[in-house]
Design a binder for this molecule. Structure first.
Ligand code: PEP
Length: 279
């Protein structure tokens, strides 16, 4: 059993790679147009050229999931592009845990779903730092799953816990809290391992540490009944380091902050992922 769990957490080859962006509180609606007007033609050009000349298989492209979490105010325009280019999906960066009622300023799963946004990040460290608790995160996940939506659950230790070698203890607590009493639809949850000290700092986590920690997260998820846990890495990912993370063999993709704001850089990470998967 133990060996089987280990193997599941350490597959030689990913079946799918998630290339996911998080714009945070950046980009006005006008910037959305310039971003996608650059990204989409170049993405299509790459795919058309490379699949035509046989460098990249179409089946490889189909295994790439591209999701961009945008501010609510940008969703209308971002969705227009996602409708035109189906390879790109739009996600929310946060969501409330009730579907309607007197909750001033909040946005519900049902509201997101009504505009075809079917995924949300939950538990980003920047929201936890504003007071979001494990209990709230758990409620948000349940609310999304109840609406048959997908969840990107962020977990990660801070610099102090990293230095004190408390990483796994912190992650176990965050997983236990977030996934409490979640018995089905587990396949709709992707976990993002985002060490807080690596977010937006340019100081990315070493490949070996990311590999070890993500193997651990997957083994914990398997204990909780996940049959094929998906875990991505986030924290100063860029086009220079993305392939090395994939080469660890356990990382199912990325949640990308800063580098997702630049369409050329985001596309380079997509291309690196395509090349890796195609091998
Ligand atoms: C993030 O905020 O989720 C993130 C990973 O940011 P960055 O890529 O800028 O470190």
């Amino acid at each position: 059993m133990k060996e089987e769990q280990e193997n599941k957490g350490n597959k030689e080859k990913q079946e799918k790679i998630y290339v996911m962006g998080n714009w945070k509180m950046n980009k006005l609606p006008g910037d959305v147009l310039s971003f996608f007007d650059k990204l989409i033609p170049n993405l299509r050009k790459y795919i058309n050229e490379k699949t035509k000349n046989g460098d990249i298989k179409l089946s490889t492209i189909k295994k790439l999931e591209t999701i961009i979490a945008v501010p609510y105010i940008d969703m209308f325009y971002a969705n227009l592009y996602a409708n035109e280019e189906k390879r790109i999906k739009i996600a929310a960066q946060d969501v409330f845990y009730k579907n309607e009622g007197s909750y001033t300023g909040e946005i519900s799963p049902m509201m997101l779903k009504s505009i075809d946004v079917n995924t949300s990040i939950v538990g980003h460290s920047e929201r936890r730092a504003m007071g979001e608790t494990g209990d709230i995160i758990n409620k948000k996940i349940k609310a999304l799953l109840d609406e048959n939506m997908k969840v990107i659950l962020c977990i990660g230790e801070n610099a102090e816990d990293f230095k004190k070698e408390n990483t796994k203890k912190v992650l176990k607590k965050e997983l236990d809290e977030a996934l409490k009493d979640i018995s089905d639809k587990k396949e709709d949850i992707i976990v993002a391992y985002e060490p807080i000290w690596a977010i937006g700092t340019g100081e990315s986590c070493s490949y070996d540490i990311a590999k070890d920690v993500i193997k651990y997260i997957k083994s914990e998820m398997i204990k909780k009944g996940f049959s094929d846990p998906k875990v991505v890495y986030g924290g100063s990912v860029n086009s220079e380091n993305s392939t090395s993370y994939l080469e660890t063999g356990v990382i199912d993709g990325f949640l990308i902050g800063t580098s997702s704001l630049n369409p050329n850089e985001f596309l380079k990470i997509y291309i690196n992922s395509a090349k890796f998967l195609n091998k």
